[in-house]
Design a protein around this ligand. Structure first.
Ligand code: HEC
Length: 208
């Protein structure tokens, strides 16, 4: 029964693939999801043939799923949005460390790293005149070397080491901007914090 469902699924999957051949990977993803659902139903139901027939014939469900995937893709923030967040977190990291507020510095560093990863997940490959650029590979190299060094400095609460690692990381940020044909996005040591609602000072008495 399960084999039968799997076989049916691969058939419907392939018809769907051809009928949406101009579509994107989303189509394949959606077809896979529908097949997965059908398969699970059979597995759980111990083989209700009517359930299989009903679900695999249910193209309305498939269309709704496809529309939903497209809607979700259209509301995901763009890479520049995620990068602007990186800018805020990385700026505040500088001031938190200079104030020797190490737990806050650690927080902003973690936010910087996770938002960089998010930015790259949004658009892992960029097309440039020099060919396709693998942003994921560039980020991994920066994360494992430069940002790991910033983390070590924060963990050791070593301001001198931190400042040097921070400067080098800025060069790493810029290397990726240049590789992405955006040499005009040139980061610098920030002159003022990007957010003032969070108190950067470590020893304050209010709010308690
Ligand atoms: C893996 C590549 C990569 C790395 C590493 C990287 N960036 Fe970016 N950054 C980009 C790309 C690509 C854009 C342009 C995004 C776009 O136009 O969609 C960008 C844009 C930006 C922007 C402009 C966002 C806006 O729209 O206002 C800022 C700020 C920024 N990056 C800060 C940083 C900082 C700070 C670092 C280092 C801590 C960094 N970036 C590291 C690729 C990278």
């Amino acid at each position: 029964m399960v084999e039968e469902a799997a076989e049916k699924c691969s058939r419907t999957g392939s018809t769907r693939r051809t009928s949406f051949s101009t579509g994107s990977a989303w189509t394949l993803f959606a077809a896979g999801a529908v097949c997965g659902a059908v398969f699970t139903m059979v597995w759980i139901g111990g083989g209700d043939a009517r359930a299989v027939a009903a679900a695999s014939a249910d193209t309305d469900e498939f269309r709704a799923l496809r529309a939903e995937v497209e809607r979700l893709a259209s509301i995901v923030p763009d890479q520049a949005h995620a990068m602007a967040d990186v800018g805020v977190h990385f700026t505040n990291l500088w001031f938190a460390a200079r104030a020797k507020n190490w737990p806050l510095a650690d927080f902003y560093l973690a936010e910087t790293r996770s938002h960089l990863k998010w930015a790259v997940r949004i658009r892992p490959i960029r097309q440039t005149k020099a060919g396709d650029i693998d942003l994921n590979g560039i980020l991994e190299a920066i994360d494992n070397s430069l940002l790991a060094e910033v983390k070590a400095a924060v963990d050791q609460q070593d301001l001198k080491r931190f400042e040097s690692a921070y400067r080098q990381t800025i060069e790493g940020c810029y290397a990726c901007h240049k590789a992405s044909e955006k040499p005009f996005i040139r980061p610098q040591i920030p002159g003022a914090a990007d957010q003032h609602i969070i108190n950067i000072e470590p020893d304050v008495s209010w709010p308690e």
